[in-house]
Design a binder for this molecule. Structure first.
Ligand SMILES: *Cc1c(COP(=O)(O)O)cnc(C)c1O
Length: 356
């Protein structure tokens, strides 16, 4: 039995998208591919509100997250950490042989503009990494405020992960001054995993040119050279790019404003359920994520038991990530989910809890 996914990625995939993935294959050096690539790129620019280069990488998000630090850190990187994915990014930065410092907020807390300002004011850093929406803790950091601080540091290249937020709310990449905006597609974007998207500003590309040891697979300069021909350095995941073409059409057919509003409604529904049932939020209320709700298991519910019961009736439920597994549970409200899907899940959780 297929379990309907309510975990924070991968998420349910629309049947039209699965069908688009079955499009007959083309060669990536054929004109048909360049047309597809160009079409997708132009739509992504519209979605991300950017005139910067937009690249398609055949990897999960961490491929590009690693690539970005290899390309963009010349001197020293400030990694802002407030959960499992951002903690890992610091580890990855060091594993790439880069000088880096972690600026940590407790799990459940956001990265604030003040933290970023203090760190960058030292003048030690020429790049910074930040995760907009920490999927492990359900915390959304205040990106516009952070961006306002970043504007004070023109020598710092900003690398921002929007894996679990891109398309769920407005993230105007150019207006925010993001030099490299990265997202994988299996979360907020609702495509099967294996494709990542990233932007590179002129500043980012100029930096990359000066950095040694960029490697090959994620070399931003290789990406830029190939982008001039609407192509990629190595063979891309063409089936997924067909899927992305289809998904972008679906996103614009729904309407960006409508898509953002739907996410707000879904978040409100789930948050109200969490409060009504007497659970607490893991993050502070000001920083609750728009795409998933991470609840504190204040009632001592047997979450592993609940997960098993939900699996038996066809729902995939998440009982926390990393060091807060069992203490928290997460309900995703991202991608193509509708309010009715979440109502169905919450009713089922109520039913199971009543029997436990
Ligand atoms: C899932 C996730 C990642 C890691 O993505 P992979 O696709 O597993 O490489 C990175 N950042 C955030 C915010 C995520 O939610």
């Amino acid at each position: 039995m297929h379990k309907k996914l309510f975990i924070p990625g991968p998420v349910e995939i629309a049947p039209e998208i699965l069908a688009a993935m079955a499009t007959p294959m083309i060669g990536h050096r054929m004109p048909e591919y360049a047309q597809l690539h160009k079409r997708v790129k132009e739509k992504l620019k519209k979605l991300m509100f950017t005139e910067a280069r937009v690249f398609l990488a055949t990897s999960s998000a961490f491929g590009v997250m690693e690539g970005a630090v290899r390309n963009l850190v010349a001197k020293r990187c400030a990694n802002f950490c407030n959960g499992a994915f951002s903690d890992k990014w610091h580890d990855v930065t060091k594993r790439c042989g880069k000088e880096a410092d972690a600026f940590k907020a407790d799990w459940g807390k956001p990265i604030t503009a003040e933290m970023v300002d203090q760190a960058l004011a030292t003048g030690k850093y020429d790049a910074m990494t930040l995760i907009h929406n920490e999927t492990s803790t359900g915390v959304m950091s205040p990106l516009p405020e952070i961006a306002a601080v970043l504007a004070k540091y023109p020598d710092v290249v900003s690398i921002i992960d929007t894996v679990s937020s891109m398309s769920a709310l407005k993230i105007p990449v150019d207006e925010l001054g993001i030099d490299c905006c990265i997202f994988g597609v299996q979360k907020a974007f609702a495509l099967p995993p294996g494709l990542a998207v990233f932007t590179a500003s002129e500043k980012a590309l100029n930096r990359a040119k000066t950095v040694e040891g960029r490697g090959y697979y994620f070399d931003f300069i290789e990406f830029a050279t190939n982008d001039d021909k609407d192509n990629t350095p190595s063979t891309p995941c063409i089936s997924q790019i067909y899927a992305m073409d289809c998904q972008l059409d679906r996103i614009f057919a729904e309407g960006l404003e409508q898509r953002w509003a739907r996410h707000k409604e879904m978040a409100t529904l789930v948050r109200n359920w969490v409060s009504d049932r007497g659970y607490a939020f893991f993050p502070g209320e000001e920083y609750l994520s728009m795409t998933l709700t991470c609840a504190r298991n204040t009632k001592g519910t047997d979450l592993a038991g609940l997960k098993k019961r939900l699996a038996a009736v066809g729902y995939a439920f998440d009982d926390g990530y990393g060091k807060i597994k069992g203490e928290t549970f997460r309900i995703a409200h991202m991608g193509d989910m509708r309010l009715s899907d979440l109502k169905e899940l919450l009713a089922e959780i109520d039913r199971q809890l009543a029997e436990m």
